[in-house]
Design a protein around this ligand. Sequence first.
Ligand SMILES: Cc1cc2nc3c(=O)[nH]c(=O)nc-3n(C[C@H](O)[C@H](O)[C@H](O)COP(=O)(O)OP(=O)(O)OC[C@H]3O[C@@H](n4cnc5c(N)ncnc54)[C@H](O)[C@@H]3O)c2cc1C
Length: 359
Amino acid sequence: MRIVIVGGGVMGCATAVELAARGAKEILLLERAVPGAEASSAAAGMLAAQIESRDEAELAQFVRARDAYAAWSVALRESTGIDIGYRRSGVLSIARGEASLARTRSDCDAHRARGLRAEFVDRAGARAIERELSDDVAGAAYYPDEAQVDPPQLLRALVVAATRAGVVMRSGTTVAALVTERGRCVGIDLAANESLRADAIVLAAGSWSSLVTGVPASIPIVQPVRGQLVMLEERPPRASTILFDDHAYVVPRGDGRVVCGSTTEHVGHRREVTAAGVQSILAAAIRAAPRLRDAEFVRTWCNFRPGVLSDTGMPLIGASPLPGLFLATGHYRNGILLAKATAETVANAVLGWRGPFGA
Ligand SMILES: Cc1cc2nc3c(=O)[nH]c(=O)nc-3n(C[C@H](O)[C@H](O)[C@H](O)COP(=O)(O)OP(=O)(O)OC[C@H]3O[C@@H](n4cnc5c(N)ncnc54)[C@H](O)[C@@H]3O)c2cc1C
């Protein structure tokens, strides 16, 4: 069975690894730039299942995905020698005013009622967990099982794992269009005037997914949502717990690096780090952990979350309305968290499908 994967972000690479692990042989991954060039290496790397979920179903799915990372990180280290920086660093979700305190307390109750660990802590309790926390914090929800990975390391490990498993990766290769015959997707056209046929095509082009010609109109549009990030460095390392404050966050890597984010901007694919973006990120980070004021400013970057334009905004995963075309895209803020779970679902769908060439 010949499988073509369009896009070498975390979705494309994890799906390739999963397909190869299940015995698929001819897997070709086509990447416009180099694998991991875009959102997947740019992410903050939080596995923040309890913080990020919006409803009960998502909570269960996100928690499963988060908890599966412990074993996945070990498997990737054993097979590639690369440490993906998995750390169960916990999250403190900060509350300042009375209303926010009350909401935080009831969030903790709701999580505990579902058998998850969550603790409401007052200011002293919060500072006992993270001594770098600001004095103006009234209390916090502490989620000790929330975790993080180092996304560039994750992508390196996936590329090595895929290559060792026999996946062929072509960098610098842009897919221009899907080729459809008699109502089935049977291949792709490359921008460089070359066509490739395949039994299954997996669209994993992140926030560029809707720009590939031939994607059926019935599939919701994936649009870019820009996020900017700032890397600081503390010497010696001080902060250790992820701090979450509405949409601002501080993610200490544990080795002195601290990733601070982020913005949420609908500006198309404009690849710009802005003065206002950096200002707002640093103001929120320093407000949460004042000693970050003295940390070294290392660098800034931005990238594009793939957001799905639909009522639910749910990611697009598995079989599509076009036979032969499979989707692994639209994961918005949680693509790192959901990578392995998505790869498993997509691999099941692809390997359960009999392609047009009678595979
Ligand atoms: C600032 C920021 C912070 C984030 N923080 C977190 C976080 O803490 N936790 C979390 O879980 N998620 C986070 N995310 C979200 C996460 O990064 C994304 O959901 C995830 O990386 C999407 O992966 P992907 O493989 O779909 O897309 P991408 O990583 O963007 O990969 C798509 C790939 O497809 C390639 N491509 C595009 N078009 C074509 C084409 N026509 N032909 C060939 N190749 C093509 C691109 O070059 C790219 O390499 C964050 C995102 C951002 C931007």
